[in-house]
Design a protein around this ligand. Structure first.
Ligand SMILES: [Zn+2]
Length: 430
């Protein structure tokens, strides 16, 4: 391919993805605003009009912020690529430290510099999301002090864990011949699998406090459920999610010996014991039905396909020049290639993400059905409704928007499926 043709392909893909996402957002805005003042019929008895309006306003506020973020992201992407930002930084950094530091350290430094700049550029949006939108709707519990502490810890982790991983991948790219992309993928996959084991026991406790579940009757309930389902977990923990946000959740993490159940304290405060049990049964369903393993397999498979494509692209000079970067003649290009890949992949990703969202929604229906068989389906329905209200999720999303983005089916569909008993509804769960 000629470099100009590649520029055109990239520009067209970027414009198409922006247009698609803007169109979807405008649909969602119109749909939610139109239904703001009327609670949908199935929820008239259970959802207060004020809560319904709050959910609509919250949804609209988040979409508006998302639109700004999307526009800004497109501008910075163009700035890095076609307008020469990465080329400029690459050249300046190489002249400053390249010959002295040598290939790999210089490449890691370039990587770190790009991600530090990206992080700083997007910082105002993150701050506004937490201290603006979330605070305005009463969800934010984060203090500035806690925010700063999180940021410092995140930075330290990025340096201690992220940079060595980047260095490893760059080293593999340089050292392992034509099939480097396969080895790089293997290293990345191994890192992710290790993280699954290490995260719950070593990383998560850096950010939250985990205490064993103290409520004995709830613990008995939960243990009985797990015994019925033939599921072993290392422990039941309560996490102080309320330190940061009023949103509630529950999850399983880890594998094998590190497997544990984690409840957000916000969830326990809000749900009745039967509802907690039902929510946990839903999460158990994901495990028992093999969703977790399949999700990981899909992720690894997609990454392998991306790596293979990248293995080809990184060797083509038009891949660089078409995106506004001159390949360094004297120095190494692997870091530049990797950075360009990370810039391009999300543009392509916005066209394939609906496939993953569709798969995820199918799994949610299946986990709901599993929960209804092993716990109280009615309790799950009422828990879902409470969680929806606590998260101010809209009950009236635009159907097309939901099909494109939603990893969880809209509440109306989940409750309908629970009430009817589950059957695969091809129109929704595909
Ligand atoms: Zn689920």
């Amino acid at each position: 391919m000629k470099s100009a043709a590649w520029t055109l392909v990239f520009a067209v893909a970027l414009v198409a993805s922006l247009a698609l996402r803007a169109w979807l957002a405008s649909r969602q805005v119109r749909h939610v605003a139109r239904h703001r003042d009327a609670v949908p019929a199935p929820f008239r008895d259970t959802v207060a009009p004020a809560a319904h309006r709050k959910a609509a306003d919250y949804t609209l506020a988040r979409i508006r912020l998302g639109q700004w973020q999307m526009a800004f992201g497109a501008v910075t992407l163009l700035g890095w690529t076609l307008f020469g930002g990465l080329d400029l930084l690459n050249g300046a950094l190489w002249r400053a430290v390249g010959p002295r530091w040598g290939g790999l350290p210089y490449e890691v430094a370039l990587f770190a510099a790009v991600f530090a700049i990206e992080g700083l550029l997007h910082l105002p949006f993150d701050l506004y999301a937490t201290f603006g939108v979330e605070a305005r709707f009463g969800f934010n519990r984060m203090t500035w002090k806690l925010w700063l502490a999180d940021a410092v810890k995140g930075l330290v982790l990025a340096v201690v864990i992220g940079l060595p991983l980047v260095a490893l991948v760059l080293w593999i790219m340089a050292a392992s011949g034509a099939l480097w992309w396969l080895w790089a993928w293997a290293a990345w996959a191994a890192f992710n699998l290790i993280a699954l084991v290490v995260y719950p026991t070593l990383i998560a406790p850096l950010f939250n406090r985990f205490v064993p579940l103290a409520d004995k009757s709830l613990e008995e309930r939960v243990r009985a459920l797990m015994a019925r389902a033939g599921f072993a977990a290392k422990g039941l923990f309560v996490m102080d999610g309320s330190r940061r946000s009023a949103h509630g959740n529950a999850y399983f993490t880890g594998f094998g010996a590190a497997r544990r159940v984690v409840f957000f304290d916000t969830l326990l405060a809000r749900l009745a014991p039967a509802e907690v049990e039902a929510v946990l049964a839903h999460e158990l369903g994901h495990f028992k039905l093999g969703h977790i393993v399949r999700r990981i397999a899909v992720m690894l498979g997609a990454a392998l396909a991306l790596s293979a494509a990248f293995g080809y692209l990184a060797g083509q000079s038009w891949f660089y020049t078409g995106l506004g970067v001159r390949p360094a003649l004297g120095g190494p290009n692997n870091a530049v290639a990797l950075i360009l890949l990370m810039f391009v992949a999300p543009v392509i990703g916005s066209f394939v993400s609906p496939l993953f969202a569709g798969l995820s929604r199918r799994h949610e229906f299946e986990a709901d059905a599993w929960a209804a068989r092993h716990a109280d389906g009615q309790a799950l329905a009422s828990a879902l409704l409470k969680l929806h209200e606590d998260n101010a999720s809209t009950l009236t999303p635009d159907p097309v928007y939901a099909r494109f983005y939603y990893s969880h089916p809209p509440a109306v569909e989940r409750l309908a499926a629970l009430r009817l008993g589950w059957s695969p509804t091809p129109g929704i769960a595909s």
